[in-house]
Ligand binder design. Structure first.
Ligand code: GTP
Ligand code: SPV
Ligand code: MN
Length: 618
């Protein structure tokens, strides 16, 4: 089929977009082009096609209506950080924590790979908005993909379809996001259920020109390009240029029994508890409190004319970790998953429903595991992949905040950074200042998880939970964070209340000598949230420590807590000098890697910490 037949004169009313679509079609040589309108009938048709091709397995409609299981290729189960590149003219612009490639080299390599890569497939054009349509915090993207799984996922994860094209008009700006699974089909060749390229993957970002090109993977963060690629890597670079923040943060609303409401934004690394905290149900004894969900993964934050930092969730759905999610740990997630969802790499029950580790206390007698194999409790392997995920629209969530779609965003009272640390890091501390708080975030360490390919459980520095997602030099990113605070501090008039959010650090994952979690976590995290809420109101007791203010046992509300155990709390909140001296060594190691772009302030904060933990003898 010739290119001119493929591209009728006006697929869309946007000259630049039309040209881009034609260029991509000429290169990728798909069988046909489909411009997505985002309608239910379109989604139903694609879903039916994927059921026919084996990509989606329909679940029992009586148990879970309009829901499906996808099993990925065994090689395509997580983000691939090693194959993720920031393409800038100079390596220093990408910085020491990113894989760098020259844009010219990247484009040459990718052009070869994309030549004919959509043969035998449909090329889908997905117009999407990250954030409420028309909000001045939102931005538009267009993803071209050959994966119908990506289309139906993007429909849940973003505001997608005709309304976005209308908003884009004849000359609106958009971020072009090009994606292919990298598996062309020869004439008559039958497709596999999860096409991808097991050998060759490139996830490339061009921050100077605001473009994304992804090849070879069909999985989540590698393929749903609105998410990590646009909303974090490209957006963080835009935010750096334009004076705002794009962060790996959940946003939640916190309402006191008296009806006072605040919003907080929390950055935890992948698979470290954002979805769970964002949907928290308060525990026994704190039922008067309400937690509502604005977002569970990404926050875009801009300063308003009133000096207040306001955040939107650029997404419109959740791509959440399934294992560990249960009626006990996250009832709001379980309620969200009653219908209309896609599960990827979970296990299938004989009744045609889904299962994963942690869903029920008792193991099912037999299942089909995530690879499609028979499974029994003595199989000696996991039934669901540890990074198995659910995809569902935000509107399915019972705890959805009334302002989740508000184009103005929500005002942020506190930032919280947290990692997964078995030792060293206390349950919660409040930084003494914005600068100390930025330092806390920047030095965050966390054990690696199954959300990315590679070893699991190794402590690495994950600054602001952005290590795999910052689209520019991490040292400049730290300076940017410092400058956001300075700008707000400097514009606060004497006598006026500060609008600068407080900064906290938390760790739900500290363990005792027996290897058990010291803190029960999940709903009980509300007790820590309540303390944070009180601190932002200028109330809430605390004591000073080497790291910042921390709650004493009496400062936490233990109402309804089964056998509040002071000694376990003390172990969870403990700051141990010998552990911290090791921690400071690790921080210095990381700072050395950051090199000359490290803010000078960090060196003096570090020296002050060192002095507090190991005072020099006079
Ligand atoms: P991404 O989607 O990868 O960015 O992850 P996330 O930060 O949203 O993580 P999520 O909330 O999905 O949690 C990941 C895992 O951590 C799940 O298996 C949870 O059960 C577990 N988890 C979440 N919160 C807690 C907690 O408070 N305590 C403990 N022990 N585990 C938790
Ligand atoms: C993460 O890894 O932080 C995720 C999942 O939220 S993915 O979309 O794959 O990035
Ligand atoms: Mn994430």
């Amino acid at each position: 089929m010739t290119v001119s037949q493929l591209t009728p004169p006006a697929l869309v009313d946007h000259k630049g977009l039309n040209e881009w679509i034609s260029e991509v079609a000429a290169l990728c040589k798909p069988d046909r082009i489909h411009i997505c309108d985002g309608s239910q009938s379109e989604a139903d048709k694609l879903t039916a096609e994927m059921v026919a091709s084996g990509t989606l397995i329909p679940l029992n409609a009586a148990l879970r209506p309009n829901s499906f299981l996808a099993r990925s290729d065994v090689s395509d189960v997580a983000r691939v950080e090693e194959r993720t590149f920031i393409c800038t003219n100079q390596p220093e612009e990408a910085g020491p924590t990113n894989n760098w490639m020259h844009p010219k080299e990247a484009k040459e390599t990718l052009t070869k790979l994309f030549d004919g890569c959509m043969r035998g497939r449909v090329m889908y054009v997905i117009p999407f908005s990250m954030g409420p349509l028309g909000s001045n915090i939102s931005h538009i993207g267009v993803e071209i993909t050959d994966s119908p799984y990506v289309v139906v996922s993007m429909r849940m994860m973003t505001r997608m379809g005709k309304a976005v094209l209308d908003l884009l008009g004849a000359d609106g700006q958009y971020v072009p996001c090009l994606h292919s699974v990298g598996k062309p089909l020869a004439e008559g060749e039958a497709d596999v259920s999860w096409p991808c390229n097991p050998d060759t993957k490139y996830i490339c970002h061009f921050p100077d020109t605001h473009e994304i090109i992804s090849y070879g993977s069909g999985y989540g963060g590698n393929a749903l390009l609105g998410k990590k690629c646009f909303a974090l890597r490209i957006a963080s670079a835009m935010a750096h240029q334009q004076g705002w923040l794009a962060e790996h943060m959940l946003i939640l609303g916190l309402e006191s029994p008296e009806g006072e409401k605040k919003y907080i934004a929390c950055a935890f690394p992948s698979a470290c508890g954002k979805t769970n905290l964002a949907m928290l149900v308060p525990p026994k004894g704190l039922e008067g409190w309400k937690v509502t969900t604005v977002g569970d993964d990404i926050a875009w934050i801009k300063r308003g004319d009133d000096n207040v930092l306001r955040a939107i969730n650029p997404e419109a759905g959740y791509f959440g970790v399934a294992p560990g999610t249960s009626g006990k740990t996250n009832p709001n997630a379980i309620a969200s998953l009653q219908r209309d969802c896609i599960f990827t790499n979970v296990a299938l029950t004989p009744e045609g429903d889904v299962w994963w580790e942690g869903l029920t206390d008792t193991l099912p007698a037999n299942l089909i595991d995530w690879q499609g194999k028979e499974w029994t409790p003595d199989s000696g392997r996991k039934a669901a992949h540890p990074n198995a995920r659910f995809t569902v629209s935000a509107t399915n969530c019972p705890s959805l905040d009334e302002n989740w779609d508000n184009p103005q965003g929500v005002p942020i009272s506190a930032f919280v950074f947290g990692g997964r640390r078995q030792t060293t890091v206390p349950l919660v501390v409040q930084s003494y200042s914005w600068r100390d708080g930025v330092y806390m975030g920047a030095t965050l360490g966390s054990e690696t998880t199954a959300a990315a390919a590679g070893a699991v459980g190794q402590v690495r520095r994950d600054p602001m939970a952005m290590l795999p997602f910052c689209g520019y030099n991490i040292g400049d990113y730290f300076a940017h964070w410092l400058s956001i605070g300075e700008r707000i501090e400097n514009s606060i008039v004497d006598g006026e209340e500060s609008t600068l959010p407080l900064i906290f650090c938390v760790n739900w994952f500290r363990k005792d000598e027996g290897g058990d979690f010291l803190w029960p976590g999940y709903g009980e995290n509300m007790r820590v949230l309540k303390w944070i809420f009180e601190r932002t109101s200028g109330a809430g007791g605390a004591e000073s420590s080497e790291l910042g203010y921390r709650p004493r046992f009496v400062d936490i509300d233990w109402n309804g807590f089964d056998a509040a155990d002071e000694s376990r709390f003390q172990s969870a909140i403990k700051i141990d000098a010998s552990e911290w001296l090791q921690e400071l060594d690790l921080q210095r190691e990381f700072f050395a890697k950051v090199g000359k772009s490290l803010p000078a302030t960090f060196t003096s904060i570090q020296a002050r910490l060192q002095e507090r933990f190991a005072p020099k003898k006079p």
